[in-house]
Structure formats: C-alpha cells, structure tokens
Design a protein around this ligand. Structure first.
Ligand SMILES: C[S@@+](CC[C@H](N)C(=O)[O-])C[C@H]1O[C@@H](n2cnc3c(N)ncnc32)[C@H](O)[C@@H]1O
Length: 253
C-alpha cells in the first residue's frame, strides 16, 4: 500500500484534532476500569500515555482526586489540551507534556496508575509493558485499551483499516498471554460497548467530515481524502463484530 500523502495527514489531523477523543472510549468504561483498581490511593499520581487532546485525561481528573501527567508525542494535541486546562482552571491537577512514551525521562517507581487508551500499541505492547513496569510503584496499576480481533477472516475493508497502522494486532487471548509473561498480573478485562465507538468518536467524526465536504467543496484532492476518511466509521457500522477495543486492568506484582 502506498504511503498517505502529506495532505492526507494535514486533513486527518485537522479532523481528529477537533474531536474530544481520537479513538474509541467513554466515561462509563473508564469509570468501570477505575473501579476495578481496588487499592488505588485516595490521591493517586497518574500518568496518561498517548493522551491525544485529553478526552480521558479530564475524566481521570474528574473520577479521582489525583494528579495527572498527560503525555503525547503530537505537539498540536498537547497545545490544545494545555489551552483547555487553562480555560477550565485545571492546571493544578493536570500537566500536559509533549513526549515519546518510549523515551520518557521520568523517575522510576513514581506513579500509582498508568492509563493509556488506544496508544500503547504504537511502541509495541511488550515494550510498553516493560516501560510501564519501571515507572509504576510496586502494586501500581496499568490500565489500557487495545484493539483486538474478535472474529477470523475479516473483510478486506476491515483489514485495510488496521494493516498499515497496527499490523501485529492480535486477539484478547494474545494480549492476555503478553500480560501473563510480563511483570503485571491481569486483574480483569472487558470489551468497550458499541456506544464507546460512536458517542464521542465516530458520530462527531462523521459530523466533521460532513462539514468539511462543504468547506472543501472546490478542492478535489481534499474531497477524495474526506471520502477515504469516511470509510472507517462506515466499515465499523457494517463490521463491528470482527474487532473491538478491550480494556485491560493489570497490577504490577
Ligand atoms: C488513537 S490516539 C488515542 C488518543 C487518546 N488516548 C484517546 O483515546 O482519545 C493515539 C495517540 O497516541 C499518540 N502516540 C503515538 N505514538 C506515541 C508515542 N510514541 N509517544 C506518545 N504518544 C504517542 C498519538 O499522537 C495519538 O494522540
């Protein structure tokens, strides 16, 4: 498959940056996952890896009394998150930092909870597990979501979504086995419900794509890119039984 053009990335980032989340997830699922971290301190120190513009970061601050360091390698997302923090008066609870999760210059054993929605796969799950184990205190929690196959032989339009971005994507059983051979104990896991794909992610994405069809009406290259971007939510509407996101709740042993 050919590399996407710079214009593709420009429009992709313009659309994704305008959404409250850049991947599937919702508050109810975050709350359920947090509830499963039974011994979390009352005021936990939290690290949110691959935070995007902070959809789940704000939920973590709302659902706990802790402090959050939110890290993403995409500086524009961190700039957006920083602006929202100032507007909402949350700079005392949340710090936003540009950084590569594989190269973090942070003290070892310094967090009670590492959270990551749809981002750890970017550096490979085994490597992410090892890095997070170093950053967490003993008994600290690593809670993350990852894309998983739920059925064999997905249609080509579904394979196309993941083959360039996540070629090593596995099943829940594959993830469980990676966790079992890491310094983490798996406490629980559950699939995201359908509304976690739609309410804060694909529905607003489709709305923005629709808006942009008007904005770029005289720009054939942009219209072609918008058509490509619209394929992902459309494929999910038809084929959501082939793949999902799974929440994993793990604890450093
Ligand atoms: C699918 S988005 C999820 C964003 C956010 N967690 C959410 O659910 O809305 C994945 C995020 O991981 C970030 N990312 C990818 N590789 C990264 C890395 N090596 N270090 C830090 N962030 C990374 C991307 O910039 C992107 O914001």
């Amino acid at each position: 498959m050919s590399e996407p053009s710079p214009r593709f990335f420009e429009i992709f980032l313009e659309i994704f940056g305008s959404l409250t989340r850049q991947g599937p997830g919702n508050r109810a699922s975050a709350q359920k996952a947090l509830y499963l971290c039974e011994d979390l301190p009352n005021v936990p120190e939290i690290l949110d890896l691959g935070c995007g513009t902070g959809g789940q970061t704000f939920q973590l601050a709302e659902l706990t009394q802790g402090s959050v360091i939110a890290v993403d390698q995409h500086s524009v997302s961190i700039e957006k998150l920083s602006q929202k923090l100032v507007q909402l008066g949350l700079t005392n609870r949340i710090q936003a930092q540009v950084g590569d999760m594989a190269e973090l210059n942070m003290a070892q054993s310094s967090f009670d909870l590492i959270w990551s929605e749809g981002a750890l796969y970017n550096i490979g799950i085994p490597r992410a597990l090892s890095i997070c184990a170093g950053l967490l205190r003993k008994g600290g929690y690593l809670v993350f979501t990852d894309a998983v196959w739920c059925r064999a032989n997905p249609p080509d339009e579904v394979k196309a979504i993941f083959e360039s971005d996540y070629p090593t994507m596995g099943t829940v059983a594959d993830l469980v086995s990676l966790i079992e051979s890491s310094p983490f104990k798996l406490l629980n896991h559950f699939p995201l419900p359908p509304e976690a794909w739609w309410d804060d992610f694909y529905t607003p994405m489709e709305r923005v794509i629709e808006e942009f069809l008007g904005k770029y009406a005289d720009d054939p290259e942009a219209l072609e890119i918008l058509k490509q971007l619209a394929l992902e939510p459309a494929a999910h509407r038809k084929n959501s039984d082939y793949y999902n996101y799974e929440f994993f709740i793990t604890r450093k042993v």
